[in-house]
Write a protein that binds this ligand. Structure first.
Ligand code: FMN
Length: 174
């Protein structure tokens, strides 16, 4: 499969997402779309170099119109995965805002019937996560963020709790 893989600025599930990307690379063609915040956070969690081993579109090198998102309209990808997906990017996609690399790509994917899979960081009421230095802390997810996920699900977006589930989901899409 031709996979477009969005990485947003989330620390939660970031290392696990990179691990899964590296595994799926053996079977699939993957191009990474990296948000500006994603680049900063990946550097903090020590995985930016590994992400740089993939063909990559960096938001930090783009203008405001995101021509690279046109690839979704032109049928260049079979699926768009965003893992991890920040609450910011999820909210924009749900509300139809397309002013960042990932929200613009997701909008074009949806408008061109390309399946969209999100692995949101804020997927249940309480999340336990780790700071870049390994310190564990809790996030109390807002109701609005959970509502966004429910609304996107109703529209046909596939919502996944953990990147480790992605391989099975892709098998089903084949
Ligand atoms: C170290 C670090 C970790 C972060 N982790 C998360 C996260 O797990 N989930 C989240 O929703 N935002 C997280 N953020 C905040 C986002 O990076 C911020 O909202 C950013 O604007 C998101 O932009 P993007 O959605 O375009 O990538 C984190 C920020 C930092 C500095």
């Amino acid at each position: 499969m031709k996979i477009a893989w969005g990485i947003s600025g989330a620390g939660h599930l970031l290392r696990e997402s990179v691990e899964v990307m590296e595994k799926l690379k053996e079977k699939h063609e993957i191009k990474v779309f990296l948000s500006r915040a994603g680049e900063e956070v990946a550097r903090m969690y020590g995985v930016l170099k590994r992400i740089g081993d993939f063909p990559i579109v960096r938001e930090s090198k783009q203008g405001y119109a995101f021509p690279s998102c046109g690839a979704f309209n032109l049928g260049k990808f079979d699926v768009f995965i965003i893992s991890p997906a920040t609450s910011n990017t999820v909210a924009k996609i749900r509300l139809g805002i397309a002013d960042s690399l990932l929200s613009c790509c997701a909008t074009q994917a949806l408008k061109s019937k390309v399946p969209l899979i999100l692995v949101p960081t804020d997927s249940k009421p309480i999340i336990e996560t780790k700071a870049p230095d390994g310190q564990v802390f809790k996030i109390y997810v807002r109701k609005i963020d959970l509502e966004h996920l429910e609304a996107l699900k109703k529209e046909g977006t596939i919502i996944v709790e953990h990147p480790y589930e992605l391989e099975n989901i892709l098998e089903r899409l084949l």
